[in-house]
Design a protein around this ligand. Structure first.
Ligand code: NAI
Length: 700
């Protein structure tokens, strides 16, 4: 075997301006028994950058003109082929050469080119692979086109080349689901040509050498779908709740592929990709992507932590769902409640829920049995002596919680973290009576705790590293993103949500109707408006809390009291069939209620609140300005570490629309002048006691 190696410098022969990247070449060029092997080496994940594309273009051109070379292999160094495009490039004009130019060079290269896929081959990486004549994948590799989740469609043939393999309906599914396809499934679908267990490079080289000639996907005919399948698939994705412009563009691109010559359909796809990439929604989603990366990097355990068993104190709404989250993550969960029937009821509800899922074919029977067997109930805290982590979710009462934590300290092994799921209470205060307060950390789950993909980890003044590490490790095990908050009333999420809800209630007092406020905010993109949310969660919990807090209310501050009036009438929301709305028996559809309107009018008249009409835009701006103001206060106070953290919590935990990027992205997008105007209007409407933040912290 003869092998020669050299590093490729970025090509200077491209028709576009010279590549902008300097620095070491990240595509190695070797010739192995007449097969050119181009190794992409751009740690840590082999993202596609201009430098990578330039190296590839140069390598393909070299191999094309080298008469000694009969075929080419593209392969990734390290774990991945190309994990995707480097999103940092996406904010401005893309530095040349762009991906379509590289793919065009591959397709017009007279020699077969084989992509050797390993690890993640996503987005632009998969489009590059589809531009090759064949794909050989290592078992365990995954392919996919996740652009849709970033507000775009694929821009380098991702809607066109799979079309030649899958037909229209399945291509549309591939592009609009953004799903990751394991190598074996991709083989079955024809998206890869061979899967190997080992020796990927050797296998790919021998595959390339054995190819009789080119197999350029773009030149193949599109197989016919079953009659009406594409139209059906298009209707289904377009009518899905939350379908965004990228879904419309994906449908358009697939249909274009059926009626236009390949070159024109590819050009159409590229234009749509660029239009979406440069738009504000894609920027919002990229902001969240980077925010997530930053949170993942900052909030991870400093040492490995193994959690085999968890204890949960309190078998109410939250305790039950937290226990469910643990058992579904493969961890033994022991639930303790003073009410002996409560812990048993958790197991009972869980079994019933799994039985239903099994009956619907959504869960295997074995898995259902395994999950239920991981749940234990007890009436005594001593059952938690051997736990690796304990989470308390008892009543939101400082006295009850302090007593539970202090009891736990004497039972649970020293050092094992004692987490509290408190929504509002001062965790420093809860931990004060412990001999070792460093054990106490906040793990604030959002409802429903087994589904919501984010966890607010509250770092109290004395929380120790071990407690923090365990909370991070638990979040990861539970498939939740940990976001760190410091102690304050409501931490990050609830404090912002309360500021928002308060303004919504004040607007109702000033003449807007609950259904109008909900509709405006749902039009903006919230999954549910604040009044529908309140009815769903139950008005009584917040009512009890307000009653406990009258003493801390600032004098002269406006106090929206309609919610109290509703509770006094036993209108607790969905659970009592009436709240801000009324509900028909067995239905969750909120219906406007004249009784509520009368209560609102009565409250406004008693306070002599001037009445006026509101536009939808005004409602949205005031509600969001309240959120933005609170976010700025939280950042200024150091309760939240990063603006991106706030946005992650709101989008993942509170139904804030991801395509708006979260509240800090929304505010910075508004710009300094309009944001200042929105805050001026908010300050005037909010009345005495309003704390105005310095918004520049949001504009950084
Ligand atoms: P819940 O009232 O449904 O359940 C509380 C449970 O704790 C009851 O089963 C009660 O018997 C048990 N309990 C009370 N004292 C106990 C003790 N000393 N030892 C053992 N068990 C005891 O309350 P929920 O809604 O589950 O809330 C629990 C905690 O979670 C609260 O701190 C709440 O603020 C917090 N939280 C609630 C959320 C929600 O959406 N409901 C969301 C996030 C946090």
């Amino acid at each position: 075997m003869t092998t020669s190696t050299r590093a490729l410098q970025p090509t200077s022969g491209s028709p576009a301006p010279a590549p902008v990247y300097a620095g070491p070449a990240c595509v190695r060029y070797e010739v192995e028994d007449r097969v050119a092997v181009l190794t992409i080496d751009n740690p840590p994940v082999n993202a596609s950058t201009a430098q990578v594309r330039s190296g590839l273009l140069s390598g393909v051109r070299t191999a094309s003109s080298d008469s000694e070379v009969v075929a080419l292999v593209l392969i990734g160094a390290g774990a991945n082929f190309i994990s995707g495009s480097d999103l940092r490039e996406f904010a401005g004009p893309l530095p040349p050469p762009e991906l379509p130019a590289v793919i065009e060079a591959i397709e017009s290269c007279p020699k077969p080119v084989v992509a050797a896929l390993s690890g993640a081959t996503l987005g632009g990486g998969f489009e590059l692979a589809l531009g090759c004549d064949a794909r050989v994948a290592l078992g365990g590799a995954v392919v996919g086109l996740p652009e849709i989740t970033l507000g775009m469609i694929p821009g380098a043939g991702g809607t066109q080349r799979p079309l030649r393999i899958l037909g229209g309906a399945r291509t549309l599914d591939l592009v609009t689901s953004g799903r990751r396809i394991p190598a074996e499934a991709a083989l079955a679908e024809g998206l890869v040509d061979k899967v190997v267990d080992a020796s990927l490079r050797d296998e790919a080289v021998s595959y390339a050498r054995g190819m009789a000639g080119k197999r350029v996907l773009r030149d193949l005919p599109v197989p016919e779908d079953e009659c009406g399948a594409l139209e059906q698939a298009a209707l289904s994705v377009l009518s899905r709740r939350g379908a965004r412009p990228q879904t419309v563009a994906a449908v358009g691109a697939v249909f274009a592929g059926l009626v236009l010559p390949a070159a024109e359909a590819l050009a159409h796809e590229r234009r749509e990709f660029s239009r979406l990439r440069e738009g504000v929604e894609a920027a919002a989603l990229r902001h969240l992507f980077f925010a997530r990366k930053a949170a993942e990097k900052a909030n991870r355990a400093s040492v490995p932590v193994e959690i085999r068993s968890a204890g949960i104190v309190g078998a109410g709404t939250m305790g039950a769902a937290i226990a469910r989250a643990f058992v579904e993550a493969g961890i033994l969960a022991t639930v303790v409640d003073t009410d002996p029937s409560a812990a048993a009821a958790v197991a009972d509800r869980l079994s019933k829920s799994y039985a239903q899922m099994v009956a619907q074919g959504r869960l295997g029977e074995e898995e259902a049995v395994a999950r239920t067997s991981r749940l234990k109930g007890s009436g005594s805290l001593s059952a938690l002596a051997g736990a690796d982590l304990v989470v308390e979710a008892v009543f939101e009462d400082a006295g009850v919680k302090k007593a539970v934590l202090e009891d736990l300290e004497g039972i649970v092994r020293p050092g094992v973290p004692l987490a509290t799921n408190t929504s509002y209470l001062d965790i420093d205060e809860l931990a004060a009576g412990l001999d070792d307060p460093t054990r106490v950390v906040g793990m604030h789950f959002f409802s429903p705790a087994h589904r919501t993909p984010v966890l607010e980890v509250v770092r109290a003044a004395r929380t120790g590293q071990q407690a923090l590490d365990t909370a991070f490790a638990a979040a990861r095990t539970l498939g939740k993103l940990p976001v760190v908050a410091r102690v304050c009333d409501g931490f990050i999420g609830n404090r912002i949500f309360n500021a928002y809800r308060r303004q919504c209630e004040l607007m109702v007092e000033e003449g807007a109707l609950p259904q109008q406020v909900d509709a405006a905010l749902e039009d903006f993109g919230f999954a549910m408006g604040p009044f529908a949310v309140a009815d769903m969660s139950g008005l009584d919990v917040a009512w009890r809390m307000r009653k406990a807090r009258t003493v801390v209310r600032r004098t002269g501050e406006r106090y929206p009291d309609v919610a109290d009036a509703l509770c006094e009438l036993g209108r607790f929301g969905q659970k009592s069939g009436r709240g801000w709305y009324r509900y028909q028996e067995g239905s969750r559809v909120p219906l406007p209620d004249p009784e509520v309107e009368a209560l609102i009018k009565h409250s406004a008249a008693a306070k002599k609140t001037p009445q006026r009409t509101f536009s939808g835009q005004e409602i949205v701006e005031r509600a969001l300005a309240a959120m933005a103001n609170e976010a700025a206060l939280l950042l200024g106070e150091g309760i939240a570490e990063r603006a991106g953290d706030v946005d992650l919590l709101l989008t993942l935990g509170y139904g804030f629309p991801a395509h708006e990027g979260g509240i800090t992205f929304w505010a910075s997008n508004l710009g300094p002048v309009r944001l200042a105007e929105a805050l001026d209007a908010l300050e005037e409407a909010a009345g005495p006691g309003f704390r105005r933040a310095d918004p520049t912290i949001l504009l950084a």
